[in-house]
Design a protein around this ligand. Structure first.
Ligand SMILES: [Zn+2]
Length: 299
């Protein structure tokens, strides 16, 4: 999707498709009053007329999305920039969403109510939106978080501390690999969020897509790094502090992570992730924050 995200095609395709399906399923089945799609400037007219032809109201944002980091820049944009499209069955809902985002980007300080409303228009569970907006939990880390990618990692890290188990349905740790939802959850056993995911998967099933493959990928253990990079493993085993693994899949081909392809176990320490091959250290990925390297297994 973006030139600066040099990840393998096979992951890009499936994740893009699944997240798109989530937005389409939500609109079609009615569990999302509105969805946000992104269209490149060049394709804006075709995308809008396609959506309108199938019965949707569409509003175009007054700003462009400069990459997956969530950075926004004022209107115009170049050919490569993506314009958010606010889409709903109902014109007033699409318009309201556009107005809410304008307000959010206006620099106003008191945006919590607007953000909560955006969450509900996008069909996100109230508890999950409230959690992300609950500043006391995040305050401790305010100075540590440098960008949106780190903020996303922090949201996941804090949500991991809540809840009883970690449901594979809510696996949103892979930014560039399959995931069902595009939102942050309040905890990884949130029933409302699970309900949301099941509705997406039900749509997937009804449309005869490969549900088994999607489930298999969602169930894989993930080593998630704060810089928008993660590795998933088909098989992991714990031996004390060491975690042995098979079939690592790197979400981005970063040289820093290459050792995982060679190695067969890793350990997370205070300040690094050490990679081993048959017990010999072959790589070291430094970490500086407690939410930098999170290892997650799903139920
Ligand atoms: Zn929730």
């Amino acid at each position: 999707m973006h030139e600066d995200y040099n990840f393998p095609e096979r992951y890009q395709g499936s994740n893009e498709l699944l997240l798109l399906l989530c937005d389409i399923a939500g609109l079609e089945d009615g569990f999302k009053p509105a969805s946000i799609f992104y269209a490149q400037k060049l394709r804006l007219p075709q995308t809008m007329s396609l959506l309108r032809d199938i019965g949707y109201a569409v509003e175009v944002a007054d700003f462009v999305h400069a990459g997956l980091s969530g950075r926004t820049v004022p209107s115009e944009g170049d050919h490569g920039s993506f314009f958010p499209l606010y889409v709903s069955r109902y014109r007033h809902v699409a318009k309201e969403l556009k107005l809410l985002y304008e307000f959010l980007n206006s620099g106003s300080k008191d945006t919590a109510a607007a953000a909560q409303r955006i969450g509900s228009l996008l069909g996100y569970p109230e508890c999950c939106t409230r959690f992300v907006l609950s500043s006391p939990k995040f305050d401790k880390y305010t100075n540590e978080v440098k960008n949106d990618t780190e903020y996303q990692a922090l949201c996941r890290y804090l949500a991991l501390k809540e809840g009883k188990h970690i449901s594979y349905l809510l696996n949103n740790f892979n930014l560039h690999m399959p995931r069902v939802m595009g939102f942050n959850v309040c905890n990884y056993s949130c029933e409302k969020a699970e309900e949301f995911s099941l509705q997406v998967l039900d749509y997937v099933k009804r449309n005869r897509m490969n549900l088994q493959l999607i489930k298999k990928e969602l169930c894989q253990a993930v080593l998630h790094f704060s810089f928008g990079v993660s590795i998933s493993f088909e098989e992991v085993q714990h031996k004390g502090v060491s975690i042995s693994y098979k079939s690592p899949k790197l979400s981005q081909a970063l040289p820093l992570l290459r050792a995982f392809e060679e190695g067969n176990s890793f350990e997370i320490t205070q300040d690094s992730v050490l990679v081993f091959k048959e017990g010999e250290e072959i790589g070291c990925v430094p970490i500086s924050k407690e939410f930098d390297a999170i290892f997650v297994e799903f139920e």
